[in-house]
Every structure is written in C-alpha cells, then in structure tokens.
Design a protein around this ligand. Sequence first.
Ligand SMILES: [Zn+2]
Length: 227
Amino acid sequence: MAQTSTYPIQCPECKSQQDEVLYDSLDVGKEPELRKQLLENKLNRIKCNSCHFEFHIDKNLLYHDSKGGWMIFHSPSTMENADTAIEEFDKVLRDMKELLPSGQELPPVDLVLTRVELVERIFVREAELDPRVIEYVKYLIYTQNLDKFMPENSALLLNGQECNEENLCFVVQDLETRKLESLLHYKRETYEDLVELLVQDGELSLIQQLFPGPYTSARAYLIQDEI
Ligand SMILES: [Zn+2]
C-alpha cells in the first residue's frame, strides 16, 4: 500500500507555509492510477493556498511494482552527492529487510537520482530489460560517439515507446536545453548477446564488476572515470 506523511512546505514564490500530505512510497501493482499520476508529473505536486503557484516536490520516493516484482528508490541528488543518496538507499533497504517475514527476500531495488532517471527506469523494468546491461549499452554508445555528444552535457535515455522486437531505441538529450536531439537504434539481438555474456548467477558476474554500486549509470561511470 502507498505510504504518505504530512510535511511543512514553503511556497517558492510567496514563501507562505502550508502542510501537505506527500507520498513516501507507492505500489502501482495495487494502485495503478498512481503510476499514471507520476508519469504525468502530478504526484507530489502542490498548489500554494495563498498565491496558487503550482510546484513539484522532489523528495525520497519508493516506487514499488508488486505485480512486476521490482522496486525503484528515487533519492533526489546530484551525481557529485550520490554518496548521501546511497546512504539513504542502504537505510531504506535495511528497514525493509527488517520488516520481511523470515525466509522471504526483497525483490530487486534500483537507485535513481533524478525524476528523469526514475521514469526511464520504470520503462526499462516494465520492458523486462536488465538495467545494468542497458547502462552498459549506453556506455558503448557514448564511447563510440564521442565526436557527436559527450556524457558531460548529454544524457542517453531509453525510449520505451519506440523500442520494438528488432531494435532498442535511445534518445540523446541535451542537458542544458533539455531538448531531445536525436534517436539511436541498437539491435536487440546484440543486447541479448550482451545479457548472455555479462549476466550470470552468483556474486561475480561481469556486470557486477562493471557496475558494483547500487547507483548504475553509464554517464556517472564515464564522468567519474575522467576525474
Ligand atoms: Zn505561494
């Protein structure tokens, strides 16, 4: 079930205070309309009682799809402050594990830092793709196209709606202008080969060596590599 709490919120326009009930977690398996609200940017959205300004509150949110059997934890943060988000993530995992009946295991839980990443990851999980292999594909696309776009100023995002049986589709987004610049296709067959090569059972699969942390991002990997 969804969990909510009341938070004191200050309007960014007129600075007046009001208390608002916001979502801390939601289960779209039980309440599918919350998925729609989130994708339409209507979840945790507030209207100021004084000046009627509308704004969105970015806060920690646990997105659970109990039908699909996976979760995504959104801890709003910049890439530079990912360590704090990872600490929050670890705490949420510990709390959830404590509440589990013994013998039961948590479903996979992903960590994302931005709302854009959250929406993308929902599509990746819903399409039953492996998020780490998708990031590895992005890593390959970045390194093969450094003359066209750089990880510092361009995000590569899976476009779930344009994927088909033959191809996965990615869009390049200019991070400054937020504009979507071009579409890239990647053969699904090559993706499947990578899954076979990189993902094995057990602790030491190749993909875990490439992306060991809970925050899996080709962009972060490439940018930090440069630092
Ligand atoms: Zn206001």
